[in-house]
Design a binder for this molecule. Structure first.
Ligand code: ZN
Length: 226
């Protein structure tokens, strides 16, 4: 789907359980160890190391596809990368923290990324289309209040647990309105110092139906903002 590096994550020892889903050890919301924001993410050190190295050398690509089996921590690693590129702890020279140290996991920026509430972080997830919307409407307008409440609850769970699957009932696709919103906002300056970061969960659902959302995203991938 994207130019640039492709990260291939292997399976982990995580198992699905009906009662707790993938979250076999829900985190308490505490900051992770130095270099990480999640305390319970099983790190794929080879792939992660390449991303950290690329960031440290200033050659991080503008888009990455994280692929692998369900439960392998793809989304958690993507959130960690968003924390790393936005961590505000200064290095020795006053520049952003050096990449080899990873994200500090404790500064206000890292905490906001972990809470999925950083202004530089934009999440795209499959949504149900409960209400007719027009081309110009924001995607959340397609939801009913109960869906919005469910989404808020699920994102709060995701903020605590990198393995929590965000799955709204009836969400079969990523709405084209979600991509239109990205195209409206991506070229704006980041809300805070750091990198504007867009995470698309279940990106394969861009291709549902005739793939209109995937086609709409192509232009953004081919002509990213500077
Ligand atoms: Zn930080």
């Amino acid at each position: 789907m994207t130019p640039g590096c492709i990260s291939n994550y292997g399976p982990t020892s995580r198992r699905w359980t009906p009662r707790r889903g993938w979250c076999s050890s829900l985190s308490s919301g505490k900051a992770g160890p130095p270099g990480m924001i999640y305390s319970d993410l099983i790190l794929h050190s080879g792939q992660w190391g390449r991303l950290v190295e690329a960031f440290g050398q200033g050659r991080l690509a503008h888009a990455y596809l994280f692929y692998g089996p369900a439960g392998s921590g793809k989304e958690g690693h993507a959130i960690e990368l968003a924390a790393l590129v936005n961590c505000q702890v200064p290095g020795k020279d006053g520049a952003l923290r050096q990449a080899q140290d990873g994200a500090c996991g404790r500064c206000p920026s890292c905490r906001k990324v972990q809470g999925l509430q950083h202004p530089n972080l934009q999440l795209v997830v499959p949504l149900p289309r409960r209400v007719p919307i027009t081309k110009k409407d924001p995607p959340l307008k397609a939801l009913k209040p109960a869906d919005l409440e469910d989404l808020t609850d699920q994102l709060a769970s995701k903020a605590r647990d990198p393995y929590f699957p965000v799955r709204l009932k009836g969400a079969q696709s990523i709405l084209i309105n979600s991509v239109r919103e990205l195209r409206r906002t991506t070229y704006l300056k980041p809300g805070e110092r750091g990198w504007r970061t867009i995470l698309i969960f279940e990106a394969e659902k861009l291709c549902t139906g005739e793939g209109a959302a995937a086609n709409a995203l192509l232009k953004l991938l081919e002509e990213p903002p500077d």
